[in-house]
Ligand binder design. Structure first.
Ligand code: HEM
Length: 307
């Protein structure tokens, strides 16, 4: 199988820089060459600062893919599934290039981000940048541990990566969705702890899952824990991180998967609910301000594409 970009399945880090670019007209050949050089750049810095556990991921925006690589397109690549229902929204934004730089050192992320921007030069506009951080013991800013039910070990690759049999040219790649959520923490913090726990369907301090029968149908983990017709769990690999300053605080949500469908099904279940009025009550306390779909090709594809 093609070699994947190692950051996709990597374990969480302490700091993250997420850079979102749009490409200026007529720069596609330059961009292709620059993008194909990024994995080597990440490797060099990972060697230089080996204790920092640096990883980098590059992904191409859905709307830009056909300009980036007109010869072929990942089979399931589709626009971000924008939705809204009452006051629950999932808007769509279009970005051409996504770069994720994570490590355990904010200064190393800064050095690598600067190099990436120099490499892409004036062929791109940096449309959005998010500096994210690990909060306490891997918690979202709402105070709950995030990522506990993520796939583990080798199963991460099964969930996140396109298989040979599904799309041989794009095997080892991954469908990526991002959303920048902004939290209303003053409203959230006005809830009693047991009310917050009902919103997630887990306990806060010791992060224990409620028994299924005790979970509200509106609990976040109820709405996102889905099964297919054969009773098999529908899964994504989340690599989200909290971000924030003294004005805006929230979660940069990141989902990798072998198909875009699982994310769409989960988002639909959060926003439109189960058909009986049970939507995700977490969305009363946080709102998605952006939403984008990308494809993160394999290292093998990135190396071959400019030959
Ligand atoms: C579970 C936070 C958005 C999918 C969780 C958990 C937390 C959390 C604290 C429980 C622990 C865990 O298993 O990770 C958040 C926050 C969000 C957000 C703060 C937005 C601000 C989303 C979105 C999706 C999603 C947009 C997918 C469309 C999941 C899944 C689980 C989960 C699949 C595991 C459910 C289970 O099997 O128990 N989330 N989440 N989350 N979340 Fe989210």
């Amino acid at each position: 199988m093609a070699r994947e970009q190692f950051g996709i399945c990597a374990e969480p880090n302490l700091h993250g820089n997420y850079l979102l670019f749009n490409v200026l007209d007529d720069k596609n050949a330059f961009i292709r060459a620059a993008i194909s050089r990024l994995p080597k750049l990440f490797d060099n810095y990972a060697d230089q600062y080996s204790e920092a556990n640096l990883i980098g991921v590059v992904a191409i925006g859905e709307a830009y893919w056909d300009e980036f690589y007109p010869q072929a397109r990942p089979a399931l690549l589709a626009p971000f599934p924008a939705m809204h229902n009452d006051d629950r929204v999932a808007p769509m934004n279009s970005y051409d290039i996504y770069i994720e730089i994570r490590s355990d050192r904010a200064d190393v992320n800064h050095i690598v981000s600067t190099k990436v921007c120099q490499l892409l030069g004036d062929s791109v506009e940096l449309t959005e940048q998010i500096q994210a951080f690990r909060f306490l013991d891997g918690r979202d800013l709402t105070g709950f541990v995030d990522g506990t039910e993520n796939p583990k070990g080798l199963h991460r690759r099964e969930v996140a990566l396109v298989k040979d049999a599904d799309d041989i040219q794009f095997a080892g790649g991954s469908y990526l969705h991002t959303q920048r959520y902004q939290h209303n923490l003053s409203l959230w913090n006005s809830l009693a702890e047991h009310e917050q726990e009902d919103v997630y369907g887990r306990t806060k301090l010791d992060n224990i899952e409620f028994d299924s029968a005790d979970k509200a149908l509106t609990a976040h983990t109820k709405r996102t824990s889905l099964k297919d017709e054969q009773g098999k769990s529908i899964e994504i690999l989340r690599q989200s991180m909290p971000y924030g300053d003294m004005k805006r605080k929230g979660l940069f949500f990141v989902s990798y998967c072998h198909s875009p469908k699982p994310f769409e099904l989960m988002l639909n279940s959060m926003i439109h609910g189960d058909g009986h009025g049970h939507c995700d009550h977490l969305l009363k306390y946080t709102e998605a301000e952006t939403g984008s779909a990308f494809f993160a090709p394999s290292l093998t594809f990135l190396a071959q594409m400019v030959d």
